[in-house]
Design a protein around this ligand. Structure first.
Ligand SMILES: Nc1nc(=O)c2c([nH]1)NC[C@@H]1CN(c3ccc(C(=O)N[C@@H](CCC(=O)O)C(=O)O)cc3)C=[N+]21
Ligand SMILES: [Mg+2]
Length: 285
């Protein structure tokens, strides 16, 4: 039976450390604050944004919610970001993705001050990550590394297969793993013989957004599996649930797996809070 890596427990532990750091900053007169910007009324985004705000509250962190209509126009959004950039009471800024059609996400993310870019999506932070220098690291990849660190102490020479080449997960997690001197293979929709490539992996990070893509026969005995997928499906009885990218019930021969829900997702939010504390700490220096 493989170990289940408990993302909820690890996120709770991280958030306790964040709460302590928040208290210390407050004692020094800084009230760490996250601004969350939501454009349009996508119900899934709405739920995520609420969850982020409520997690801020739990660690004693301030939050500002800015909602804009889907048709607000790109310029209004850029102006809003300029205001948040200039506000010394705001330490972190997150613009919830996806943005409605007609708004260029690249231009919006470019506008966020790199020091407040707690998602780590600004080109300056992407560049810093790829050169191994101090920036803000995207939350999901950061959370994945913490989950992996609970079962792996030396990455040197390990074969890691990352499934999915997104800017949000695949590419940045590959950078973090390279920094630890793993041998990293990033695969994508055009990759040939993916099951064979996966079978050579000591670690698989599945971030394709394809339910149950990774089957038991893709996985070598003793491999560690990180499941980043969160696809919402509706059951026969009409109930909605989320499923990951891995056929977890076929992975008893793995060393350890992350569950969905309760794995990577909670760590993503906990890392958002810890990034905001980091941004606030650096703003003092
Ligand atoms: N600018 C931006 N930054 C993001 O980090 C960002 C974003 N936009 N847009 C959407 C995605 C998605 N994302 C998740 C975060 C937490 C869970 C999470 O906590 N999931 C729980 C519960 C999931 C559920 O039940 O719906 C779990 O996996 O256990 C999921 C997904 C952050 N994203
Ligand atoms: Mg989210």
């Amino acid at each position: 039976m493989s170990d289940i890596i408990d993302g909820r427990a690890m996120a709770r532990a991280l958030s306790e450390r964040t709460a302590q750091a928040v208290a210390m900053l407050k004692a020094e007169g800084i009230d760490p604050t996250l601004a969350v910007v939501l454009v349009g009324g996508d119900p899934a985004s709405d739920i995520y944004v609420r969850r982020k705000i409520s997690e801020c509250r739990k660690v004693g962190m301030g939050s500002i919610e800015r909602r804009m209509a889907a048709d607000c126009g790109e310029q209004a959004l850029l102006d809003m970001i300029d205001t948040l950039n200039a506000d010394p009471a705001v330490h972190g800024i997150l613009v919830q993705l996806p943005l409605p059609p007609g708004i260029d996400a690249g231009r919006v993310l470019d506008r966020i001050a790199p020091a407040k870019d707690v998602d780590g999506f600004h080109p300056v932070n992407v560049g810093r990550l790829s050169t191994g220098s101090q920036g803000l690291v995207p939350c999901t990849p950061l959370g994945i590394m913490m989950l992996l660190d609970s079962v792996i102490d030396d990455y040197r020479g390990l074969n890691v297969v990352v499934i999915g080449k997104s800017n949000i997960v695949g590419k940045p997690v590959a950078m973090l793993l390279l920094e630890r001197e793993a041998t990293v293979t990033v695969t994508h929709i055009e990759t040939r013989n993916l099951p064979d490539i996966a079978r050579a992996a000591d670690v698989i990070v599945a971030a394709a957004g394809a339910p149950h893509l990774v089957r038991g026969y893709w996985v070598k005995p003793g491999a560690v599996i990180i499941d980043v997928g969160i696809t919402r499906v509706v059951d026969h009885d009409g109930a909605s649930r989320i499923v990951g990218d891995c056929a977890t019930h076929e992975l008893d021969h793995a060393k350890a797996v992350t569950p969905v829900p309760g794995g990577v997702g909670p760590m993503t939010i906990a890392c958002l809070l810890s990034n905001t504390v980091l941004a606030a700490q650096r703003s003092m220096a």
